[in-house]
Design a protein around this ligand. Structure first.
Ligand code: FE2
Ligand code: FE2
Length: 286
């Protein structure tokens, strides 16, 4: 399966109308999504640095162009998610202390890691984001999401699918060793799961919700949705992490073996509908 042309699109702008609890009107799903939102800008800039470090070693013109498209897309994602941070601040959430600690520890970890490990970490992280992007197309109840956030997340998901194999292909050219790939998987799993949980708990705490209360609320939402016959996505640990690790451990893994590039077009069409519903000017879906 061939990688599609990677097309960086204008990001959605303006999140001032997004309410505090924009996902199903509930604090817990909103903050789980906010939690990963907080990680994106710093994380995505790290991905770009990690892959660009090896650009000189890539001779294949298609892959070079894909790397540049990937960098351009990730840069725009980082800026768009940062834009949304102002909305969180305007709702009274203290996020800057967390962002400072997250950036400091991640930067230290980056400096202590070899360029190859950084690339392997990025390739594995891109597998997790591709799974999340596929989930956005196939199982997430986006009709419960505020249209401005729905546009942001669907646009981001579409581009994550388009560039899902770029970092992996660069890693294969630079060093195809299985051990390095798995070291990157371990690093990526640890960083993403720990920071995502920390960000989510930090936001929930500011709403007066502790971890056990959050789990109880999630279970109640799931039970109510199932009783109403509404399809609910599998828990995050199973849907993203367990699946991602299981797939990535296969020796013959390649992102393109999962034939889902066609979902990018569907995601963009849904992002366009969300843009109209949000009353935003044309931009994200150019
Ligand atoms: Fe991204
Ligand atoms: Fe990505």
């Amino acid at each position: 399966m061939n990688r599609p042309t990677i097309t960086p699109r204008k990001p959605p702008l303006g999140f001032q109308d997004v309410p505090k609890h924009w996902f199903a009107g509930e604090a817990v799903p909103s903050h789980i999504a906010n939690g990963v939102n907080l990680l994106f800008p710093h994380g995505e800039r790290f991905f770009v640095r990690s892959v660009y470090h090896f650009l000189d070693r890539i001779e294949d013109p298609e892959l070079r162009a894909a790397v540049k498209g990937f960098g351009n897309q990730e840069g725009r994602h980082a800026r768009a998610h940062e834009d949304y941070f102002d909305t969180l601040r305007s709702h009274g959430y203290e996020i800057d202390r967390f962002l400072k600690v997250y950036a400091w520890i991640s930067s230290r970890t980056e400096k202590l890691s070899s360029p190859k490990l950084r690339l392997a970490t990025t390739a594995a992280a891109e597998h997790f984001t591709a799974i999340m992007a596929e989930g956005a197309a196939t199982e997430m109840p986006f009709d419960l999401v505020h249209p401005a956030m729905r546009e942001l997340l669907l646009w981001h998901a579409a581009e994550e699918l388009e560039h899902k194999s770029v970092a992996f292909d660069v890693l294969q050219r630079v060093d195809p060793s299985y051990r390095l790939r798995i070291a990157g998987l371990a690093m990526s799993t640890a960083m993403l799961s720990v920071w995502w949980a920390a960000a989510t708990l930090m936001l929930l705490r500011q709403d007066g919700i502790g971890p056990l209360d959050a789990l109880r609320r999630l279970r109640a939402m799931r039970t109510a949705a199932q009783a109403a016959g509404v399809k609910t996505p599998a828990p995050l640990g199973k849907r993203v992490f367990a699946r991602g690790i299981r797939e990535y451990l296969k020796r013959d893994f390649h992102p393109d073996k999962n034939d889902n590039y066609h979902l990018a077009g569907e995601l963009l069409a849904r992002a366009e509908s969300a843009r109209k519903e949000a009353g935003r000017p044309s931009g994200a879906v150019a």
